[in-house]
Design a binder for this molecule. Structure first.
Ligand SMILES: [Zn+2]
Length: 239
């Protein structure tokens, strides 16, 4: 038993719910774009980290090579000196220096080898990080482009939804609109059917006064009835 006012309110509610849904979708878009931008940033950061690691290893290798170079120069000098000395203890002392220097060079060469393995690993990591971004960037960019397009379309849809809401409000009497807006400010949906004495919004039983009102009987006939539990506008649904 829908009164003309209720019929108009249901049209308004339908358009309002469309508007609310569009508003929620539109509000979510910047967050969705931010998620994709964060992914791009983290993939780029992974490349930068791998690059920095690789550069650090390269300079460590260079340092070790320099140390090996100067140790070898020293070794050459000791060997030349050893050939020239006459005294036995001097010869022995230089022999010891040569031994130490050779051992030091062996240690440095071991370190150099380790760094070279690490460089290979770092190069692989760097290439992998680049491959990840290369593989994903087009998808990320498409996603952002689609989201921006969606934002524009939602904005346009929202504008027409608002126009439709305004058009639906025009024929409704002021007191009914006031009741509707008061309820809409705190809960959705605003207008719900009553079926078998139960409110379709809060699912609680409505009082017999409300039931009479919604069924269009007695004094309350024709008035806008609200659920005495949740305050929503109720209408009788015989189905
Ligand atoms: Zn209720």
């Amino acid at each position: 038993m829908l009164t003309p006012t209720l019929s108009k309110l249901l049209v308004l509610q339908d358009r309002d719910s469309k508007r609310l849904s569009l508003e929620a979708q539109l509000k979510a878009v910047p967050g969705e774009i931010a998620v994709v931008e964060k992914k791009i940033a983290s993939e780029k950061a992974a490349i930068e980290t791998a690059k920095a690691e690789l550069m650090a290893l390269e300079s460590k290798k260079k340092m070790i090579e320099n140390e090996i170079g100067s140790a070898e120069t020293k070794l050459g000098k000791y060997k030349t000196q050893q050939v020239q000395v006459r005294k036995n203890d001097e010869f022995k002392a230089l022999g010891l220096e040569i031994e130490h220097t050779e051992a030091a060079i062996a240690v440095l060469e071991g370190q150099e080898l380790e760094v070279m393995y690490a460089i290979d690993e770092a190069k692989k990591k760097f290439a992998d990080a680049e491959a990840v971004l290369k593989q994903n960037i087009a998808g990320h960019e498409t996603r952002i482009r689609n989201l921006r397009e969606r934002e524009i379309n939602l904005g346009a849809d929202l504008k027409s939804a608002k126009d439709e809401v305004a058009a639906a409000r025009t024929p409704i009497e002021e007191p009914a609109l006031r009741v509707y807006d008061r309820i809409a400010a705190r809960q959705q949906p605003v207008c719900v059917p009553v079926r078998g004495n139960t409110c379709g919004g809060c699912h609680l039983r409505v009082s017999s006064e409300v039931e009479s009102a919604v069924r269009g009987k007695g004094d309350a006939a024709g008035k806008l009835a609200t659920c005495d539990q949740c305050g929503r506008i109720v209408w009788w649904d015989a189905a």
